[in-house]
Design a protein around this ligand. Structure first.
Ligand code: ADP
Ligand code: MG
Length: 617
């Protein structure tokens, strides 16, 4: 037992289904062949009728029992063992690839099989074959599989795969039968969902929240979209619960109107307090301005940033801030905690977000597993907002860990014409840039690197800077490591014509006059990043352009990107092109890699796996 545990650890096996999903890479079949099949592995009964040594090699002539035909075999590395084994007159079951040469049957270096009629799965793992085989034999049993919640067809399939009685049972044209693959997809999805479900920890809420959103909604200069409405209703249902603190992620494209959902949630929390954390001070400021503009006047809003506060956060109903919030000793307890642009926080920062929701005792920073007396450990409702669209299949998976809402439409259609361009198009591009600037519009040019590098076949920010500055006025430059980034962006927003930057400019600041973006070396970037960058232009409904500048011709991924602006479609495309290999920016989340399940195609399988839980109660 202890030994098995160690082996499981080595193979990263955490569940029985993890083990059952270690699928044989091939099989060794010692069933006697009924006919001679040339070019294939045959297993034949044979008697040695002659042996001789031929330039260091051993040649054995067999007579086949079934057909009476002769077959000759050559052994290259000969040991005394071979001589003894293949004594004239001895009987064998030989296995090897059967060939015919000028009418003579041949089999090079056949094995002499001890046990016939046996199919042995070949597992490719870190372990010795005998080790893994015995683990599987011991644990992968019908009974154990049924206990995992599989149905009889799924159990039978896995049993056939691990313990086949014949090859026809499992293989068709040298691969697993389609029906078997279907089952493997299901088991993979089901196993993954089960693990996620096991990880979800829920806590009681500090209190149920029932605030009225009407005074806010009725005052808006527009009507909420159906999807905004729907998400707001979901959040109302979450917050109305006292037995379980909300844990929800709202995912919606840039410009899908998530701020309105945030403000509606603040209304629901009243008369209790809400906190909203944003990744940058610019974004925090923008949210503060929107809150002051749209929330009823009696709602007290405060802003907390490093070095400067606005309003008294101790008194406020709604506190907006950057992670300066985490350092306020006297931050009041909020009943609702929200995080905007969650995708922009680093892993470390995400952990510190946990501190915001650490409940009754803020200083008791313990992980969920350490909370022994979970019953009495109340937490605020927690809602996160992200602008990284994820495929519906992934949302379905993740909703086992936390509830997920998707906003897939935007309140007004943005017009961004996307085009791939290359060197010959440069004069036209310059012309277009001049036109936009003449109309008091702004232009953003994204470079792959700050400084020159031999590894990237494009100019860097510093190399190109001189060119733009000599041809245009009001050129601003910033990049990720630039300490003055926020100041540069703020000044550019007011006075700039052209901004040169690296991809890090995907800050949440809105530049309403931005109508043209050029992305240099676009083929190097993931679709998610391209989508974020393109989301910078045309935010106020101005007609806009996104030029993907690339040296490489006819990139299908980029072409498909130019054809859609919907982030959820792009997330799906991203899955399709995930393995295309030209993505260097690491924006593609490595995520869960499935062997059988295809996140792009197998939505139905995931639905089925999720429904299985329902029927298990
Ligand atoms: P997100 O945070 O999802 O990127 P915002 O909340 O900033 O998007 O909204 C983008 C723009 O759309 C804002 O100017 C906002 O006022 C506007 N907006 C939001 N909801 C609606 C709506 N239902 N109808 C019209 N405009 C809306
Ligand atoms: Mg937003």
């Amino acid at each position: 037992m202890e030994e098995a545990k160690q082996l499981f650890k080595k193979l990263k096996i955490h569940t029985l289904l993890d083990l059952a999903l270690i699928i044989p890479a091939s099989y060794n079949d010692t069933t006697l062949s009924t006919t001679l099949e040339l070019g294939k592995v045959n297993t034949l009964e044979a008697k040695v009728i002659d042996t001789n040594i031929f330039s260091g090699k051993l040649r054995v002539t067999f007579q086949l029992l079934q057909s009476g035909r002769r077959l000759s075999s050559t052994f290259f590395r000969v040991t005394p063992y071979h001589h003894k084994l293949f004594e004239v007159g001895s009987n064998h079951v030989i296995q090897g690839k059967l060939e015919e040469y000028k009418g003579y049957l041949q089999m090079s270096q056949p094995k002499s099989i001890k046990q016939i009629g046996k199919i042995t799965p070949k597992y490719k793992t870190l372990l010795k074959e005998s080790e893994i085989a015995s683990l599987i034999e011991c644990y992968v049993t019908e009974r154990n599989l049924f206990n995992e919640g599989l149905d009889s067809k799924e159990v039978a399939t896995l049993m056939h795969i691990h313990f086949p009685k014949s090859m026809e049972e499992v293989y068709e044209n040298g691969a697993f039968k389609p029906d078997f693959v279907k089952v493997l997809k299901f088991v993979e999805a089901f196993n993954h969902l089960k693990k996620l479900r096991g990880k979800r920890a829920d806590f009681p809420a500090l209190r149920a929240l029932h605030g009225d959103i009407k005074p806010f909604v009725e005052n808006l200069p527009f009507t909420l979209t159906d999807e905004q409405q729907e998400v707001i209703t979901q959040i109302q249902q979450d917050l109305a619960r006292k037995d379980k603190a909300a844990k929800r992620m709202v995912v919606g494209d840039v410009g899908s109107g998530k701020t309105m959902v945030i403000l509606a949630s603040v209304m629901m929390a009243l008369p209790y307090k809400s906190i909203l954390m944003a990744p940058t001070s610019l974004l925090a400021l923008q949210l503060y301005e929107e809150a002051c503009k749209h929330l009823p006047k009696e709602v007290k809003v405060a802003l907390v940033m490093q070095g400067k506060d606005e309003g008294d956060y101790r008194e406020a109903d709604f506190i907006i801030g950057t992670h300066a919030l985490l350092y306020k000793e006297d931050l009041p307890q909020a009943s609702l905690v929200m995080v905007d642009e969650q995708h922009r926080f680093g892993t470390k920062q995400r952990q510190s977000l946990e501190a915001l929701v650490s409940g009754e005792d803020k200083h008791l920073k313990c992980s969920t597993s350490e909370v022994l007396n979970a019953e009495s450990y109340k937490k605020p409702h927690f809602i996160q907002f992200s602008a990284t669209p994820i495929p519906r299949t992934q949302a379905m998976m993740e909703s086992e860990l936390l509830d997920v809402s998707l906003i897939t439409t935007t309140p007004f259609q943005r017009e961004v014409l996307t085009q791939t361009i290359s060197k010959p198009d440069f004069p036209n591009l310059l012309g277009h840039i001049k036109e936009e600037i003449a109309q008091k519009h702004q232009v953003l040019i994204i470079y792959p690197l700050v400084e020159e590098s031999t590894e990237v076949p494009y100019q860097s920010l510093e190399e190109s800077r001189g060119f733009w500055e000599s041809k245009f006025d009001n050129v601003y430059v910033t990049h990720g490591k630039d300490k003055q980034k926020e100041e540069v962006l703020l000044e550019f927003r007011e006075k700039g014509d052209i901004l040169l930057a690296t991809t890090v400019v995907e800050v949440g600041i809105s530049l309403p006059r931005l109508t043209l973006i050029v992305i240099v070396g676009a083929e190097r970037l993931g679709l998610a990043t391209l989508h974020q960058l393109r989301g910078r232009v045309g935010r106020n409904g101005l007609k806009s352009w996104c030029y993907l500048y690339s040296n490489s011709h006819a990139n299908e991924r980029l072409t498909r990107f130019t054809q859609t602006t919907n982030g959820f479609d792009i997330a799906k495309l991203d899955l399709k092109f995930r393995d295309s290999g030209d993505i260097l920016d690491g924006t593609i989340q490595s995520g869960q890699k499935f062997k059988w399940l295809d996140m792009g195609e197998d939505e139905k399988v995931i639905v089925k796996a999720k429904n299985r839980f329902g029927s298990m109660g």
